[in-house]
Design a protein around this ligand. Structure first.
Ligand SMILES: Nc1ncnc2c1ncn2[C@@H]1O[C@H](COP(=O)(O)OP(=O)(O)OP(=O)(O)O)[C@@H](O)[C@H]1O
Length: 863
């Protein structure tokens, strides 16, 4: 049916309802400009017999005539047209905008006495007219009364007589027709018996009034078993005169009722001018029934006494008399608001702004009520109107902000709060709303776009002051600093977050981006790596890591990272591109890739110092160059091992305290002990544990706890010879504090344990960069060189150590061993002797010296 055009002009828009008699539709009149809405009632005659149909047609025509006449009353919809189409009959009526009384009763089942009096006045007035036209309505009930929105008057719809058409059978008599029309509960016995009269409508109105007073549905009201009279007066307190009148309206015997609406209305009028019903109407100010000003005052009076329901009735009287009275509409809106009838209140305010589009207060009230109804989309334009009309209304700016916030338009909301605060700097509510929104936004990064970083920063600082462990506040602080381009400080903030929440991948990611901005690419790589450790499927982090490794020329690692990104997101174009670029560079043979870990280690090199070039070379992955550089710088003369020199075992591995505990391989005939510091030798197995970690003055407390944890874990694992895990622990510690020489030395030791001597050397080198005067570290480097069979380099290291600490019996001892390997036996013995001079009971030196001397003697004997 929807969209169908009836009668050549009425296009169906919506189904409104319908019952046994037919269907009712909302339609648009295509013949009129703007296609105004109208109601189309369809009546389906059940009969097929042509004669009966003809009779029905006649009845339809005559009823329609009556309806045209009735439609002249302002409380009855106009009948625009009636026609027959496809064996159905149609009535076209004026569409009444409003709400049926039955709905009103659902919301508010009980009315005040005064409301019911007004309702009766309204209803009996129109019914008087209907009866004057010699028409009995036959179906007065709440669902056939529409409260017209524009003036709050009751409109009577759905006259029963036309319904006959739909039920009339061929040989139906009058009785069978009328029985079918009417609604049980509101229908008196004579109507039920097929003899409706004017007083039947009076009965229905009386029942409706009693329902409104008691809140009881008519069918549920008790009846006197003897008299069949309705018993209702015990249900509600009303003035006896008014109750008597209602009793008269609903008498079982129609002869005892008021004959028609006119008679009933006259009685009601007389009641309202005499006590005590008059008292109910609060006569002092009511000069007359139609004196709308008096009703307005009455309404105000009731409003002030918080009798909102009655106040509304009074305002309605004003509106009935003067539908354009904006004051009454406005006050009615306020009364409705107090009754929490927000929908109705909104409609009332809407009426005010229709009448007075410049009434900013009505716009404001309208908007506020819509907010209460959570109709934010509708509320926003009303607030817009307020701020348009009153640009300095800071309340409106604030409330507008709230609506925008609810509509997820955060930026605009902040701007609105801003305006409110600008207009009234001490407007705490706006200040708070704004702050609250800002703090919510920090989770979604929208803060970036809002440019209130200074304030955000101040607010974070306040939070941190109260709770230094508030990770979120630190995170916010980092972001704000980031936006203020105070990157170094941002790093500190983010570091604090990772300390508090080591698994917070977001902050690692942010840290990575900042490191990039600071051109600290290696640290950025490490940060992104952290992200993927926590979130292995974070393809963005894999991609960013790949990108940075690419610019660091760590091509293999970069490809691996891009690969991961592509695995996780095959259509990741940037990663595909990156990978292609790196492959191209590799093909052109630009560099030799090195293991990633080395590169990461290299990243911590500080510029300057003797190892600067080495660090640069290491970044370029020329490890051999690193060694050469190292060698050259320490010892410019070139020491080349004697051609064909054999490596000789001079002592068996020892597990004595004195020779160290690091039995690094199982070989029986190789010197494997890691050169120890003097202290280490003295302390024996516990040497490593005694290692003091000097925390640089610049280190902040924030990394302390995490750092120590990792360091201690590393030491324990190292002691257990779980070198790989120890390395990992040290690396974690290194990320928190890359500036601790002792840590680098420990790290070198485990790399040594893992027989990754080159890397061990790099680690030791880093320790030396931080602590260049530590002779013990030189010994460590020398030891690694020994393992690499770079005896000359080893010798250089030991000599460097001796330079730094001439009385280091360890350095002398190891120097002796390097010389031995270089077949400089005499010098070797001399070096061992020196060690023993410094520390006479130093067993390893003693035994090695004895062995060499023994071998020398054997050689002499041979020659
Ligand atoms: N002139 C009108 N203006 C606005 N709404 C109307 C008009 N006439 C009827 N309606 C509405 O259309 C809907 C259907 O009305 P209709 O009276 O045809 O059927 P009904 O009330 O469901 O059944 P019954 O005929 O048994 O009373 C109702 O909600 C009514 O309020």
């Amino acid at each position: 049916m929807l969209g169908k055009i009836l009668g050549g002009r009425y296009q169906i828009i919506r189904h409104l309802g319908g019952g046994g008699f037919g269907q009712t539709y909302l339609a648009g009149d295509l013949h009129l400009p703007g296609k105004p809405q109208c109601v189309v009632k369809q009546l389906k005659p059940r009969m097929t017999d042509p004669e009966a149909l003809q009779a029905a047609r006649r009845l339809f025509d005559s009823e329609a005539e009556a309806l045209y006449a009735l439609g002249n009353h302002e409380q009855i919809p106009r009948l625009f047209a009636h026609f027959e189409e496809g064996q159905d009959f149609y009535l076209v009526q004026e569409f009444i905008e409003g709400q049926v009384l039955s709905r009103e009763l659902k919301i508010q089942p009980q009315f005040a006495e005064i409301e019911v009096i007004h309702l009766l006045q309204d209803l009996l007035t129109v019914l008087e007219f209907v009866h004057q036209q010699q028409v009995v309505h036959r179906d007065i009930k709440p669902s056939n009364l529409i409260r017209r929105e524009s003036d709050r008057r009751l409109i009577l719809i759905d006259f029963g007589a036309v319904k006959q058409i739909g039920v009339q059978s061929l040989d139906a008599d009058e009785a069978s027709v009328t029985i079918a029309v009417g609604s049980s509960g509101y229908m008196p016995n004579e109507q039920l018996a097929g003899k409706p009269r004017f007083s039947s409508d009076v009965y229905a109105v009386g029942m409706l009034a009693i329902q409104c007073l008691t809140g009881i549905y008519p069918k549920k009201l008790r009846e006197d078993p003897k008299t069949s009279e309705i018993i209702w007066r015990d249900q509600v307190q009303v003035s006896p005169e008014f109750a008597n009148m209602l009793d008269m309206m609903v008498r079982y015997d129609y002869r005892q009722r008021y004959e028609s609406a006119k008679e009933a209305l006259e009685v009601l009028r007389s009641l309202t001018t005499t006590a005590p019903v008059a008292a109910v109407l609060a006569e002092p100010t009511v000069v007359s029934f139609d004196g709308h000003l008096a009703w307005l005052e009455r309404g105000d009076d009731l409003f002030q006494r918080q009798r909102y329901k009655e106040a509304i009735v009074a305002y309605d009287r004003v509106i009935q008399a003067k539908p354009d009275d904006d004051v009454a509409w406005f006050k009615r809106g306020m009364a409705l608001e107090n009754l929490k009838r927000h929908d109705d209140a909104a409609a009332s305010y809407e009426r005010v702004v229709q009448l007075h589009p410049h009434d900013y207060l009505a716009w404001y009230k309208h908007a506020c009520v819509l907010v209460l109804l959570q109709r934010y989309d509708d509320a926003l334009p009303s607030f817009e109107r307020v701020v348009q009309l009153q640009p300095a209304n800071y309340w409106a700016w604030h409330d507008r902000g709230k609506v925008l916030e609810n509509l997820q338009q955060a930026d605009e909301a902040i701007a609105s709060y801003d305006r409110a605060v600008q207009l009234k700097p001490d407007f705490q509510l706006a200040v708070e709303s704004r702050k609250q929104l800002l703090s919510q936004l920090r989770r979604v990064d929208t803060l970036y776009h809002l440019q209130h970083y200074d304030e955000a920063l101040a607010s974070c600082d306040r939070t941190i002051e109260q709770d230094p462990d508030d990770a979120l506040a630190w995170f916010m602080r980092g972001m704000a600093l980031d936006n203020l381009q105070r990157y170094e400080e941002a790093v500190v903030a983010y570091d604090r977050v990772v300390e508090l929440q080591p698994d917070d991948y977001v902050v690692w990611f942010k840290r990575g981006t900042i490191m990039e901005k600071l051109l600290r690419y290696e640290e950025a790589v490490a940060s992104y790596y952290k992200v993927v450790q926590i979130q292995p499927d974070n393809y963005w982090a894999w991609y960013d890591r790949g990108r940075l490794l690419e610019s660091l020329h760590q091509h293999e690692a970069s490809i691996a990272s891009y690969d991961r990104a592509m695995q996780l997101k095959p259509d990741f174009q940037e990663a595909v591109e990156g990978r292609r670029r790196v492959l191209q560079q590799l093909k052109s043979g630009e560099t030799v890739p090195l293991e990633e870990d080395d590169a990461t280690i290299a990243s911590t090199y500080q510029p300057g110092g003797v190892y600067k070039q080495a660090a640069i070379d290491l970044k370029a992955h020329h490890f051999q160059d690193v060694l050469k550089e190292y060698r050259d710088r320490l010892h410019p003369e070139s020491f080349l091992p004697a051609p064909g020199a054999e490596e000789t075992v001079i002592s068996k591995p020892k597990r004595t305290e004195a020779s160290g505990v690091h039995q690094l391989d199982g070989s029986e005939d190789t010197i494997v002990s890691l050169p120890k510091t003097e202290d280490d030798f003295q302390q024996g197995a516990s040497g490593t544990q005694r290692l003091e970690v000097a925390r640089p003055a610049t280190s902040t407390a924030m990394n302390g706890a995490g750092y120590d944890r990792w360091l201690n874990k590393g030491r324990t694992l190292e002691k257990q010879k779980r070198y790989a895990e120890a390395l990992n622990a040290y690396d974690q510690a290194r990320e928190l504090r890359p500036d601790d020489a002792a840590l680098w030395r420990c790290r070198g030791n485990v790399l040594y344990g893992l027989e990754r001597y080159e890397e061990a050397i790099v680690s030791y080198q880093q320790a030396l960069t931080l602590k260049p005067d530590d002779e013990a570290i030189y010994c460590c480097v020398g030891g690694a060189f020994v393992r690499l069979k770079h005896h000359q380099d080893a010798l250089t290291c030991f000599e460097q150590a001796i330079q730094l600490k001439p009385n280091s019996h360890i350095a002398w001892y190891w120097r002796g061993r390097a010389l031995y390997e270089l077949r400089q036996y005499a010098d070797a013995v001399q070096s061992l002797e020196q060690a023993l001079t410094i520390k006479p009971e130093f067993q390893p030196a003693m035994s090695d010296r004895d062995r060499i001397q023994h071998q020398l003697r054997a050689l002499e004997l041979q020659t």
